[in-house]
Write a protein that binds this ligand. Structure first.
Ligand code: PAF
Length: 287
């Protein structure tokens, strides 16, 4: 028998009843929003949530509104039972798995858009993605009424947008960003990694290696545009098909930077084996 398996809840009244009972007992509630296909990165968020809050809800909803193509949505892995087993003993109380109509009931007509932060970087290449993401996250926050929410820093632009929307809409929730977990060769953990062929997987970690190389060169005083152009060429030479962007942005508000004079993030999106991978690292402010 497997112990510590979370209960599956699929309907909103059922979710609300569980949360209401926790509230009556004076317990705090955390949420870890996911689209399933859980990996160790997600599990680390769940463990952190369980350390901080009395109760933890993991949501699994493959949100059609944040995909740019039907093919990408169809290809997204759906592994609900395996996900539940992976959550055993991690500290989750409930896996909330709503269907489409529970999130977007008939007549649903509201979109949450966060201006500024949603433009550029991934927003420039995935029109509508962040509006779809922000809308579903707002729904998941209001449905769960959680006090705390956990997101990985791998999706750094997403984390900034969610933090902004929670503040702008006066949502009573604290958004907490957690470090990116990496495979032993440095590749950022992602549900999309499972779609890489063995050959592609063998070269995938060059993306992170190039981010680190740029960080080292910038710390040594090298000119930023040359560093970024060299790194883009090296990523492609290393086996990636294309680099969508490689940019330095301010950590606080994603402002465009031409030198690392404030705490920053170096962010990248690139295509490998028909799979779009993203990553980023922190860059300390130059003295
Ligand atoms: O990061 C994700 O998996 C998704 O964008 C999220 C936050 C679960 C919203 O669908």
């Amino acid at each position: 028998m497997i112990t510590g398996l979370p209960d599956i809840v699929r309907d909103l009244p059922g979710l609300r009843a569980r949360v209401a009972a926790w509230r009556r007992a004076g317990e705090s509630v955390a949420v870890v929003p996911t689209m399933g296909a859980l990996h160790e990165g997600h599990l680390s968020l769940v463990r952190r949530a369980a350390a901080d809050a009395d109760r933890v809800i993991v949501t699994i909803f493959v949100n059609p509104r944040q995909f740019n193509s039907q093919a990408d949505l169809d290809a997204y892995p759906r592994t609900e039972e395996a996900d539940r087993l992976k959550l055993a003993g991690q500290g989750a109380d409930i896996v909330y798995v709503p269907d489409g109509a529970t999130v977007y009931p008939p007549g649903f007509a509201t979109t949450v858009e966060v201006a500024g932060l949603s433009e550029g970087l991934c927003g420039a290449y995935r029109p509508g993605h962040f509006a779809g993401m922000a809308t579903v996250v707002t729904k998941l926050f209001t449905q769960t009424t959680a006090d705390l929410a956990y997101f990985g820093q791998k999706d750094f632009q997403q984390l900034c947008i969610v933090t902004r929307l929670a503040a702008d809409l006066d949502l009573q929730i604290k958004v907490i960003g957690c470090p990116t977990l990496r495979e032993t060769d440095g590749l950022a953990m992602s549900s999309r990694n499972t779609r890489l062929s063995a050959e592609a997987r063998a070269v995938a970690s060059s993306l992170y290696a190039e981010l680190q190389r740029v960080a080292g060169r910038l710390a040594g005083g090298a000119a930023m545009s040359a560093c970024l152009e060299d790194a883009k060429a090296a990523i492609v030479a290393g086996g990636y098909q294309a680099v969508e962007y490689l940019e330095l942005r301010a950590e606080a508000d994603l402002a465009v930077l031409d030198r690392p004079d404030v705490p920053a993030r170096l962010l990248v999106a690139a295509w490998l084996d028909g799979v779009r991978l993203i990553d980023n690292i922190a860059i300390a402010a130059a003295a």
